[in-house]
Design a protein around this ligand. Structure first.
Ligand code: PEP
Ligand code: MN
Length: 348
């Protein structure tokens, strides 16, 4: 529920609304906007006596958020959220951010080579999994903590910010300590205890759409993060399971436009997992940016045939350079621009 204040409402009137909400046993979130201030009532269990709020001084109207998710909805907050990262990099504004790197961190040599290559081509954020959710227990499971240290080294050298996955509460603490963005993977999109912890981790979260999750389920999972106080949430469309084995997943570009309508949160797209095929990544990256994605996440490996995970969908560095070139053209055509990487000294 949103309590919308009149244009000229005083600070005291707003404070009074906050106090009444708290007195009723709910949380109050004042949200100053360009036109007016609204106070969000969090935790409405259907028993709020709204007449007590409607009668307070300075209250213009009470809006019921009709969606099952509340704080992530555009009804709750009309202006798009811009997530601010170290060094002034933003996600969700005019810029289109590119996150690139290998599926997994495999060695110091590999991650540094990947970081240098994607930095050179113009990516701003380095991706790479240290804790890997693998379908088979016999597949490479990631380097763990050592992988995080190597990512931090790569950041120090290149200035690239780091996004990497946390799989469970233990890895979440390590990831929150080392990374600039905590990735919650598709397989964990509905791991609610993990979401609650990530909501309190104090770092931006990249939440990937579950393998067979609806958009409503994705937004409800994001609601867990916001309800714990973390408003720096970036969503990610990474393809959903379909019936056609031609591609690894069905890359749902519609989700980008639908999420932008329903939510103020930024959404990026991952054409690597979305297609599973190296030769389909560039066209789908172009399409995602054209569809309005606030960024893309792309797997790039210095030597894809040797990759320990997802080699078939990993681009060669030269292909990534081409992807960046084409992506810049598409971004400009829709009056956006691809964000520049930060100088090496800022990420250190
Ligand atoms: C990944 O980004 O490497 C990954 C495992 O992605 P997803 O969770 O989308 O499968
Ligand atoms: Mn991968």
């Amino acid at each position: 529920m949103l309590i919308v204040m009149q244009h000229g409402a005083t600070a005291e009137q707003i404070q009074r609304v906050v106090e009444v909400i708290k007195g009723m046993g709910y949380q109050a979130r004042p949200m100053p906007g360009a036109q007016r201030t609204a106070v969000g009532l969090v935790g409405n269990d259907g028993r709020v006596d709204e007449s007590r709020l409607a009668g307070l001084g300075g209250v213009k109207e009470i809006i019921h958020v009709t969606q099952p998710y509340k704080q992530v909805s555009r009804e709750w907050k009309q202006e798009s959220t811009v997530v601010r990262l170290p060094g002034g990099l933003t996600i969700g504004g005019e810029e289109v951010v590119v996150m690139a790197g290998p599926c997994s961190v495999e060695s110091e040599e590999q991650i540094l080579a990947a970081a240098r290559a994607v930095r050179e081509a113009g990516a701003a954020i380095l991706r790479g999994g240290a804790f890997k959710p693998r379908s088979s227990p016999y597949s490479f499971q990631g380097m763990g903590l050592e992988g995080l240290r190597l990512l931090a080294r790569a950041r120090e050298e290149t200035g690239l910010l780091i996004v990497t996955e946390a799989m469970d509460p233990e890895s979440l603490d390590f990831v929150a300590e080392h990374a600039d963005i905590i990735q919650i993977g598709a397989r964990n999109m509905q791991n609610f205890p993990l979401l609650k912890l990530a909501g309190r981790a104090g770092k931006p979260v990249l939440l990937k759409r579950g393998i067979a999750a609806t958009i409503t389920e994705l937004l409800l999972s994001a609601e867990y993060l916001l309800s714990e106080g973390n408003h720096d949430v970036i969503l990610c469309e990474r393809g959903i399971r379909g019936f056609d084995p031609s591609t690894r997943n069905v890359f749902d570009l519609t989700a980008i436009a639908v999420v932008h309508e329903l939510s103020h949160l930024p959404i990026i797209a991952d054409p690597s997992h979305g297609t599973g095929r190296r030769d389909k990544v560039i066209p789908m990256a172009r399409a995602a940016v054209a569809a309005g994605a606030d960024g893309i996440m792309v797997e790039v490996h210095p030597n894809p045939p040797e990759a320990l995970s997802d080699g078939a969908q990993s681009l060669y560095p030269e292909q990534f350079t081409e992807l960046m070139r084409e992506t810049r053209v598409i971004a400009e055509a829709i009056h956006r621009r691809v964000s520049e990487p930060l100088p090496a000294s800022i990420g250190a």
